[in-house]
Design a protein around this ligand. Structure first.
Ligand SMILES: Nc1nc2c(ncn2[C@@H]2O[C@H](COP(=O)(O)OP(=O)(O)OP(=O)(O)O)[C@@H](O)[C@H]2O)c(=O)[nH]1
Ligand SMILES: [Mg+2]
Length: 349
């Protein structure tokens, strides 16, 4: 899962990136591990040679949003295509030594971003409808152009009314058409409100967060600069440092949780002595999809899937004990994977 960091220049994107990436990271791409006490417990019990947590990839290589004219110039739009989620960093810290394009107003910046996404999508729909008008087959029921026009005729008023495509109940057929285009509002958005050093727990932005929730957008408050300092400390000092600011979790952990929720992800585990690993998967996915997440070949040769729920694993103390107690279920390709499932795919290879 790839997260694109977006925001106006000097909103704190790169500072947040360094905070979640840690001081060691070079470059603009980093895999941030998903904090999960269940995974830690499995690793402690199995003692594998290698432990790989689930992670989300954060990309800070995108251009800043344009404050004037088109917010998403073509190059930026192109880059956003490759991301699964847009993480908007919005500036709410006041620092006269760091110039900003206009007066500080986080609510305005967030609205401008969300509205621009709607407008960009609306324009795409309108341009496409205009083209379709000229098509020779648009009036023949069942033709691809006819079907597409029907879908876009329905989407246009939704976008005009400010509804994000992601918030609509789209059928599989709708989605098939929508996915042919690069709509912005089909992607989830998470907003990081970058407050000054003392604002991380002030509650000052609660109404903004509430407004976002109403639009189906996750948000969290962070002081990127403070968290960047935090990232350079050892684990014990980190906990103390966080507590002294009234926080229980680092920016990285809060960000990853928000991303996970927005993308509707669950975690399943593969516990091997060589490698024990946590994997992110869309909620509602099949065992076959889970197999494909591990490796295409494993999906191709899929025979059956051995599943032990995390609760059963915990209560029996190990996978061996769970198997012996009959807590393992054999499932087929269509089985809907549950959060925390411990999975072993039996496959032909
Ligand atoms: N006081 C304060 N300064 C911050 C905070 N976050 C970022 N800054 C400062 O703001 C300046 C710009 O931050 P960056 O993280 O480089 O901003 P950016 O969004 O990556 O900017 P561009 O890459 O130009 O688009 C830096 O000098 C940061 O130190 C914060 O929470 N508080
Ligand atoms: Mg930057």
């Amino acid at each position: 899962m790839k997260v694109a960091l977006l925001g106006f220049s000097s909103s704190g994107k790169s500072t947040l990136f360094r905070a979640v990436a840690g001081p060691e990271t070079k470059g603009t791409l980093v895999a941030v591990p998903v904090p999960d006490p269940r995974f830690d417990a499995i690793v402690a019990q199995v003692g594998p040679k290698k432990a790989t947590p689930a992670s989300v990839i954060v990309d800070d290589d995108l251009d800043a949003l344009e404050p004037r004219g088109r917010m998403f110039p073509p190059r930026l739009l192109e880059a956003v295509k490759n991301a699964d989620l847009m993480l908007l960093v919005v500036r709410a810290f006041d620092d006269p030594s760091v110039p900003y394009h206009c007066e500080l107003d986080a609510v305005r910046d967030v609205s401008a971003f969300l509205d621009e996404g709607l407008l960009t999508d609306l324009q795409l729909v309108e341009n496409r409808l205009e083209r379709l008008q000229k098509s020779s087959t648009v009036k023949s029921p069942g033709s691809p152009d006819y079907v597409e026009k029907m879908v876009f005729d329905r989407l246009r008023p939704e976008l005009e009314a400010g509804r994000r495509l992601r918030s609509l109940e789209l059928s599989d057929e709708d989605l098939k058409i929508v996915r042919n285009y690069q709509f912005l509002t089909i992607k989830p958005v998470v907003v990081a409100i970058n407050v000054g050093e003392d604002g991380a727990t002030s509650g000052e932005h609660d109404s903004l967060l509430g407004g976002l929730a109403e639009r189906g957008v996750e948000g969290f408050v962070v002081s990127a600069k403070l968290e960047q300092e935090l990232a350079s400390l050892g684990p014990e000092d980190q906990a103390e440092f966080l507590a002294s600011y009234g926080l229980s979790e680092s920016a990285a952990a809060r960000m990853v949780r928000a991303v996970y929720r927005s993308l509707g992800l669950i975690t399943f585990f593969t516990a091997g002595e060589n490698e024990t690993r946590a994997w992110a998967l869309s909620a509602g996915s099949s065992a076959l999809k889970a197999a494909g997440t591990i490796h295409n070949d494993i999906a191709k040769g899929f025979i059956r899937c051995e599943v032990v729920s995390y609760e059963d694993y915990r209560s029996h103390g190990s996978l061996d004990a769970a198997y012996k107690a009959g807590a393992m279920r054999l499932e087929g390709k269509e089985y809907v994977v549950q959060d925390g499932d411990m999975i072993h795919i039996r496959n032909k290879s």
